[in-house]
Design a protein around this ligand. Structure first.
Ligand code: HSE
Length: 319
């Protein structure tokens, strides 16, 4: 019925904690098909983490779809089959779970549109792709995630600022100059929920001022492509000091990337991955980061990725 392509994202970008995120050119694909017995919901996965992911109703895509769909909207003529092709490493700090939540929400909206336009797939697609529907999906995803710095850029693409007000989050794309990064992900279990729970509940005024100023500098550096400014700007005092200390080898990996010529390095989202911005020698930077983690006995993989201006893409597939 429909296929979604949703990009990886790197949230925070240093001091922009919970507010800034960037879409990267690595994509998960999700298919929704109506087949099988009415009431049945099946999920199959291939690629990253597929062995460890639940395959039925407990899968995050299916769970979101079920939670967000009124029972009367569920198809009465067929079951639901979801197939996930995961290229984004799971629990890496590259927003893989945000892609699953967005997929569940877009699929829920597709079922609602189908209930209105039975036998008219073009109308269903047009409704699902409409800006009004995508805005609704985004607001709901921000609510479900609690912060929008992954779901924002995953849906809209590019560099995104999300300010999560109580009732109406403000989400804006910000212009940015072409950008390449190496994202290195250690094989280390560091769940976002735990990585958040460990953060101090309060910050000092000095640290708050530090982060406000530096996050504005990050935006300016990315907007103008000023790598020297980016090097000065990527400095956080709210989450990275606590988290970096908990990820074995993270400091060594960061030092290695900078020594190989990366302009700036930050924790990717809540980690455990690190993102290193660099114009060239991505191989050397990737290897240096892998070596940094290896010094603590941790295996790591890396990806060299462009920042992408395109976000979630929806297409129709034969059911
Ligand atoms: N801003 C969130 C955090 C992103 O740092 O916890 C999670 O990917």
């Amino acid at each position: 019925m429909i296929r979604l392509h949703i990009p990886a994202t790197s949230a925070n970008l240093g001091p922009g904690f919970d507010c800034l995120g960037l879409a990267l050119d690595l994509w998960n694909t999700f298919d929704l098909r109506l087949a099988g017995e009415p009431g049945e919901i099946s999920v199959t996965s291939e690629g990253e983490g597929s062995k460890g992911l639940p395959q039925g109703r407990q899968n995050l895509v299916a769970r979101t779809l079920i939670d967000e769909t009124w029972p009367g909207i569920m198809p009465s003529d067929a079951g639901i089959q979801i197939h996930c092709h995961n290229r984004i490493p799971v629990a890496s700090g590259m927003g893989s779970s945000s892609t699953a939540v967005l997929a569940g929400l877009v699929f829920a909206s597709a079922l609602a549109a189908r209930a209105l336009h039975l036998g008219e797939p073009e109308k269903v697609l047009a409704e699902v792709q409409s800006p009004a529907n995508l805005d609704r999906v985004l607001s709901r995803a921000i609510k479900l995630e609690g912060h929008g710095d992954n779901v924002g850029p995953a849906l809209k693409g590019g560099l995104v600022l999300v300010v999560n007000r109580e009732y109406d989050p403000v989400v804006r794309n910000i212009d940015f100059a072409d950008l390449k990064a190496v994202v290195c992900v250690p094989d280390y279990n560091f769940l976002t929920s735990e990585a958040r729970a460990m953060l101090p509940g309060e910050v000092t005024r000095t640290d708050a001022i530090h982060n406000i100023g530096h996050s504005m500098l990050v935006v300016e550096a990315l907007r103008t492509g000023d790598k020297k400014l980016l090097a000065q700007a990527i400095s956080d005092r709210i989450h990275e000091p606590t988290r970096m200390a908990l990820i074995p080898g993270a400091h060594e990996a960061k030092r290695g990337a900078l020594a190989e010529g990366a302009h700036a390095v930050a924790l990717s989202g809540a980690g455990p991955g690190l993102i290193a911005f660099a114009d060239d020698d991505h191989l050397g930077i990737g290897m240096a980061m892998v070596h940094g983690f290896a010094q603590s006995g941790i295996k790591a993989r890396y990806w060299t990725l462009d920042a992408v201006r395109q976000g979630l893409r929806i297409e129709s597939v034969a059911s």
